[in-house]
Design a protein around this ligand. Structure first.
Ligand code: S3P
Length: 177
């Protein structure tokens, strides 16, 4: 997939591991900024007409990742929004490159133990396993989260509203809002 090279949009994008709070913090940010909230998992399910576990079962993880890239390209045309991204979106180079051109990316940091605690059992997340597997997956992805991040926020033990406040303050300081 070729994606060109210029800035495509002015979104605020949230990345981070499953359970890092992207959806809840995204809701808070949308409420506080008055911007629409876009959830890449929801967009993919709508476009596919299938739930995520079905996509993984039929097309494998690779098929799902291709759909994530298509989704990012599609939201380039949307008005400036808050975009909550699926936890594995950083695993493909095309998506990482697109994130850089879609706006300002905030990495919500969480440790694997707290992430698993927050999510609990979740049949809609095909890659969710035990804490040890999650720790290994997070370690593998950390360099990619850091690569795409314009801002890193520690979410450990914190409430979504406090995290959203900190993000808004940081975005104002940087002239993004
Ligand atoms: C995934 C995370 C999920 C979803 C899919 C794959 C991952 O999104 O995109 O199950 O690879 O980490 P959340 O991070 O919103 O749970």
């Amino acid at each position: 997939m070729t994606t060109g090279g210029s800035q495509l949009a002015n979104h605020i994008l949230l990345v981070g591991f499953m359970g890092s709070g992207k959806s809840t913090v995204g809701c808070e940010l949308a409420r506080m900024t008055g911007r629409p909230l876009i959830d890449t998992d929801d967009v993919i399910e709508r476009m596919a007409g299938k739930a995520i576990p079905e996509i993984f079962a039929g097309e494998g993880e690779e098929g799902f990742r291709e759909r994530e890239c298509e989704c990012l390209l599609r939201i380039a045309d949307e008005q400036p929004s808050i975009v909550s991204c699926g936890g594995g979106i950083v695993t493909t180079e095309t998506c990482r490159e697109l994130l850089g051109r879609l706006g300002f990316t905030v990495f919500l940091e969480v440790d694997a133990g707290e992430a698993v605690e927050r999510i609990g059992a979740s049949p809609e997340r095909p890659l969710l396993k035990g804490v040890d597997e999650m720790r290994a997956l997070l370690a593998q992805r950390l360099p990619w989260y850091r690569e795409v991040a314009d801002l890193r926020i520690d979410t450990s033990g914190r409430e979504p509203a406090a995290i959203a406040d900190e993000i808004i303050a940081a975005l104002r300081e940087r002239g993004v809002l």
